[in-house]
Design a protein around this ligand. Structure first.
Ligand code: ADP
Ligand code: MG
Length: 460
């Protein structure tokens, strides 16, 4: 039997769903999608870098096991964030590359696709007062490249959607005409490529690469500041494309005139078309963005919670997204349903250890104390090297709970228990997990301890 990446991954998810808590599954795995599979590897896209680490660390082994069960042989599992900055190309997208970066690309091989983030589409972008003009301009450019606004220059603070809109133009243009040659390039990469091409004596190739594009998307152009040679090169690229009636879209954190150290001739060219700004979203837009996000990512977050987050995070959309992720993580770690109360705790920085005077402070000490109390041993004895059963069991449980509740690294946990190495910690955690599977009484004991830890010290 043969699987496409999608089929394989949906089987994996089906098999995993029952083995995880509902909230955990929804938070971490429901929004994942396989984007490619080879003989040796399956590549899965997740919503954020945080997810990459979290899922890989905590559910990677389980998922790898499941894959092996389904296929009857092992397959490497790789997660990547649906973010172009940290991504490697996948051969499934049909786009022309910005740069000849494929490691073993031969002269004849098709170059890798530009890294357009699938999630950065117009459909996922919420239009509000803050970005109305910019969005309308982007649609106009996508509908009729090089006709209305050339160049289109978008500017605004970090995390306000400039990159998203830029990719959205790329997707829309490509959808209307798959033959269009599109390049997306962050300015820093443009600079790096130029430097490399100078070193390797391949500047002609470098120039050709950009100048044959139909649509050139250059992100964060403010990084041209003070880079004379790159500015010079970009000036010629700009002119070549402009004269050939090709569309150019630029983004920056400020308008052209305010970019320090940008040559006057570039400033004036950047103003030839339309300069549109994006501001911070107002409350209603923040709510709309969060609702859309919850809907698109199938997150179980109520309107109350969304309103709370929208009131709490006011500066950028990235901040809003970060808040949601933090809340999901908090909910998953503490195994509590998402509520306004939980959001308050998560966002007020009571997350993880050293949670101040709050009654539900989750700390290593607290976990050790409760575990030691339940198994009636002295707290310090958990560090000892003795391997009698009366000590190994609570020690293993404490390690397990610290991992589960605080998500400390294995090495860190080892250090907390008298300098044990990480393989001992893994072994301990597995022991607890296994025992919880077959020994109901033991599982109940661990769950009771977990409950007690989460309820916080009673005498505070
Ligand atoms: P910038 O390039 O301006 O720093 P990004 O385009 O990287 O910002 O946006 C940051 C994050 O916020 C991205 O995940 C993006 O999808 C999201 N985002 C920004 N604006 C919106 C919006 N209006 N609707 C939906 N998501 C948005
Ligand atoms: Mg950006």
């Amino acid at each position: 039997m043969e699987f496409t990446a999608d089929e394989l991954w949906s089987r994996v998810l089906d098999a995993t769903r029952d083995r995880l808590q509902g909230q955990t599954y929804r938070t971490w795995l429901a929004g994942t999608a396989a984007v490619g599979v080879t003989d040796s590897e399956i590549l899965v896209e997740v919503p954020s870098q945080f997810h990459v680490e979290w899922i890989g660390d905590r559910y990677g082994p389980l998922l790898t096991d499941v894959i092996q069960q389904i296929l009857g042989r092992p397959l490497a599992l790789t997660f990547r964030c649906a973010d172009p900055a940290s991504a490697t190309p996948i051969p499934t997208v049909k786009l022309t590359p910005a740069v000849g970066g494929a490691p073993q690309a031969t002269a004849a091989a098709p170059a890798p696709p530009p890294l357009l983030n699938q999630r950065y589409a117009f459909e996922r972008f919420v239009v509000g007062n803050n970005n109305q003009l910019a969005t309308a301009a982007c649609h106009a450019v996508a509908d009729k490249p090089a006709l209305m606004y050339n160049p289109l220059f978008l500017y605004g603070g970090v995390g306000l959607g400039k990159t998203h809109l830029m990719h959205a133009i790329g997707h829309a243009v490509l959808k209307a005409n798959p033959a269009m040659r599109i390049a997306y390039v962050p300015t820093e990469q443009f600079t790096n490529d130029l430097v490399t091409s100078i070193q390797q004596g391949t500047t002609a190739e470098f120039r050709g690469r950009y100048r044959r594009m139909d649509l050139l998307l250059v992100d964060d152009i403010q990084f041209l500041k003070g880079k004379e040679r790159t500015q010079e090169e970009f000036f010629h690229t700009f002119n070549a494309l402009y004269d050939a009636r090709k569309q150019i879209v630029l983004t920056s954190d400020r308008p052209p005139k305010e970019i320090p150290g940008l040559e006057e001739r570039l400033v004036s060219r950047f103003e030839w078309g339309l300069v549109a700004d994006i501001k911070s979203p107002d409350f209603e837009t923040r709510v709309a963005i969060l609702r859309k996000k919850a809907h698109d990512d199938r997150l179980m977050v109520s309107h109350d919670v969304i309103d709370f987050i929208a009131q709490f995070c006011t500066s950028s959309v990235r901040e809003l997204e970060g808040a949601i992720i933090k809340l999901l993580a908090y909910s998953s770690i503490t195994n509590q349903e998402i509520s306004v109360e939980l959001a308050r705790k998560a966002l007020h920085g009571t997350f993880g250890s050293a949670a101040g005077a709050g009654g539900s402070a989750l700390t290593v000490d607290r976990i050790r104390k409760v575990v030691a109390g339940r198994w009636q041993v002295r707290d310090e004895a958990l560090n000892s090297k003795r391997r009698t059963k009366d000590l190994t069991v609570p020690r293993q449980v404490a390690m397990y709970l610290i991992r589960d509740l605080l998500d400390y690294s294995l090495v860190h946990i080892g250090r907390l228990f008298g300098g044990r190495d990480h393989s001992t910690v893994i072994h301990s955690i597995r022991k607890v997990e296994d025992a919880m599977d077959f020994d109901t009484e033991f599982r109940q004991a661990v769950e009771a301890v977990r409950q007690e830890i989460e309820n916080g010290p009673s005498n505070e």
